[in-house]
Design a protein around this ligand. Structure first.
Ligand SMILES: [Zn+2]
Length: 280
């Protein structure tokens, strides 16, 4: 499936602007080459860490793959790292850059393989799994505060095992932070399923009751919306990677609370390290 038009993350993903040359690369006035498209394997299987692909585009410092399990970054979740291997030579993948509508996998340790080369990719699974747990914990935080306090999310960011999220709240206190931590842990204990689905924009907007972000406007012209649904708790249009059940989030702590101005309050969370399950 052609996923370029999927809604990538909270702030919009690597999709073509309607009417841009990416949408009509052969029309008059669009003289740029057609960007190589990468099938985002991570959008359907977050537990896929090893994959085979072909080099579809070449840059001095990286490659564009025809398919990839490397999450490219977005919605507050950092890009994956790992390795690609070609004819016995291994290159480090240090991140991703978006250039001219292409997702360039940045490599170090040698020359990027040529267009047409077959490679084997491997995502740094320990780091990615930590990010999946952290990302899911942020959804749970949004869900708990939306449900218990009626506040919407205004922003957020994460690194492995640490994250922050901002809410439209009038006040903040240590007691509030402690109550949120208790509620979060209850939802970990409940081991709720986390569903990934692909809906039409109409199907998505028909059920707004669990949307916890202040800005969840879908870009116009969208064909498919990727939706992350923590059963009964939180529902987002989202391009990131998440664990399959809230129990996998494990030990979660609220480690900080601060005011970022009137009507904008920040909570910080931290997760204990936990062994990653076997990846695919
Ligand atoms: Zn998410």
């Amino acid at each position: 499936m052609h996923d370029l038009r999927l809604y990538g993350d909270f702030r919009g993903g690597p999709r073509a602007r309607p009417g841009s040359c990416q949408d009509r690369p052969t029309s008059a006035g669009c003289r740029r080459k057609v960007p190589a498209v990468t099938e985002p394997l991570y959008q359907r299987d977050a537990y896929l860490a090893s994959f085979d692909a072909e080099v579809a585009g070449l840059h001095p410092d990286g490659v564009v793959l025809d398919r990839s399990a490397f999450f490219p970054g977005g919605g507050g979740q950092p890009a994956d790292t790992g390795t690609i291997e070609h004819q016995g030579a291994e290159l480090m993948v240090t991140g991703t850059a978006r250039r001219d509508g292409e997702l360039v996998l940045l490599v170090e340790g040698g020359q990027p393989p040529a267009i047409g080369a077959k490679i084997s990719g491997r995502v740094d699974w320990e780091r990615r799994y930590s990010l999946m747990r952290t990302h899911t914990a942020l959804h749970m935080l949004a869900g708990v505060i939306g449900r218990d306090h009626g506040a919407l999310v205004t922003g957020g960011n994460m690194e492995p095992l640490r994250a922050r999220m901002d809410f439209e709240l009038p006040g903040m206190s240590a007691d509030f932070a402690s109550a949120v931590e208790t509620a979060l842990r209850r939802e970990v204990e409940a081991d709720l399923p986390v569903h990934v689905s692909f809906l039409s924009p109409d199907e998505f907007t028909a059920r707004p009751e669990l949307i916890r972000t202040k800005t969840n406007l879908l870009p116009p012209g969208l064909e498919v919306v990727r939706v992350i649904d923590i059963e009964g708790l939180d529902r987002q249009a989202d391009g990131g990677t998440h664990v399959a059940r809230t129990g996998e989030v494990g030990e979660v702590h609220v480690v900080g609370h601060e005011s970022k101005g009137k009507g904008n309050k920040r909570l910080r969370i931290a997760l204990d390290p936990a062994p990653a399950p076997t990846s695919r």
